[in-house]
Design a protein around this ligand. Structure first.
Ligand code: AMP
Length: 284
């Protein structure tokens, strides 16, 4: 596996692949790999001849009081895991290479970036769309895989690709969970044993919403109250948001139907913010 750090070297590598007639898939990540990341890599490998994984903890998607400095990192282990998945290039640029002095251009998907995590984390999605469009320009992949765990991010990237005529196919991977239901996340590494128990409140809250929906409870105001009460019954939980939204438009809905997705963000002990989501009519 090649480890490339400069955008120029990365672009030169892709040019060679184009000449060789190879299709390239990209999986953008912030590292500290878990089974969720590895599943995305396996999926991406099926859609292309060569696989590039980017590893970049993108400073501009973190707010001033967020966890950029303590975000978990483990470069050597990540390299081993990526190599084990047949990754051909790990693209791991430095922040200074991505955002040199004078950098001032950003990409913004206006409306979709405002709600849910965007309301909670102002500027977050502009950071995401800016770095993903840079990665698309540098790596020039034929396709890229994103996880449904970050459902809003996936919708925003799809919108960006459509709006800006970026010729990259966007593929979605379902949420990968621990055996007890917790959605895998690099941030789970922050959790101590008690907080790990409270972290289950998210997937249990989604399960509750699903069972109420199956029982014919469709009023989302009622569903929201019940899910909120359930989540708050776990120690140290604070609900950032619980939203019942249409899975295409991401607009809130008053009455649930089979297109309705419940999306939530919960902070545990004021320190660890986790997100999860699921279709009410789904299982994953
Ligand atoms: P991250 O390193 O957290 O920025 O995630 C990199 C990619 O992996 C994103 O497309 C995420 O949506 C995806 N991802 C992270 N955790 C999971 C998970 N548990 N299941 C599916 N995809 C995930």
């Amino acid at each position: 596996m090649k480890i490339l750090t400069s955008p120029g070297a990365m672009r030169a590598w892709t040019r060679e692949q184009v000449v060789l007639g190879n299709k390239t898939a990209l999986v953008p990540t912030m590292g500290f790999f878990h089974e969720g990341h590895l599943s995305l890599m396996r999926m991406a490998a099926q859609y292309a001849d060569t696989l590039v994984v980017s590893l970049f903890v993108n400073p501009i998607q973190f707010g001033p009081n967020e966890d950029l400095d303590r975000y978990p990192r483990s470069f050597t282990k990540d390299c081993e895991l990526a190599e084990g998945e047949g990754v051909e290039v790990l693209f791991a640029p430095e922040a200074g290479d991505m955002y040199p002095p004078g950098f001032q251009t950003t990409v913004s998907v206006e409306h979709l970036s405002r709600s849910l995590c965007g309301a909670d984390r102002p500027g977050h999605f502009n950071g995401v769309t800016t770095v993903v469009s840079k990665l698309f320009h540098i790596v020039q992949p034929d396709c890229a895989v994103f996880g449904q765990k970050d459902f809003q991010q996936l919708s925003i990237i799809r919108r960006m690709v459509q709006d800006l005529d970026i010729g990259v196919d966007i593929l979605a991977h379902p949420i990968v969970r621990e055996p007890d239901g917790l959605a895998m996340s690099s941030r789970n590494a922050y959790l101590d044993a008690d907080q790990r128990k409270s972290a289950l409140s998210l997937s249990k809250g989604i399960a509750l919403a699903r069972s109420l929906y199956t029982d014919g409870k469709l009023d989302t105001a009622v569903l929201t109250e019940k899910v909120k009460k359930h989540i708050l019954s776990y120690s140290g939980t604070e609900v950032n948001y619980i939203s019942f939204i249409d899975c295409s438009s991401l607009e809130p809905v008053d009455r649930a139907d089979q297109e309705t997705l419940v999306a939530l963000a919960v902070t545990i002990d004021g320190r660890v913010r986790l997100i999860d989501n699921g279709l009410l009519a789904g299982t994953g």
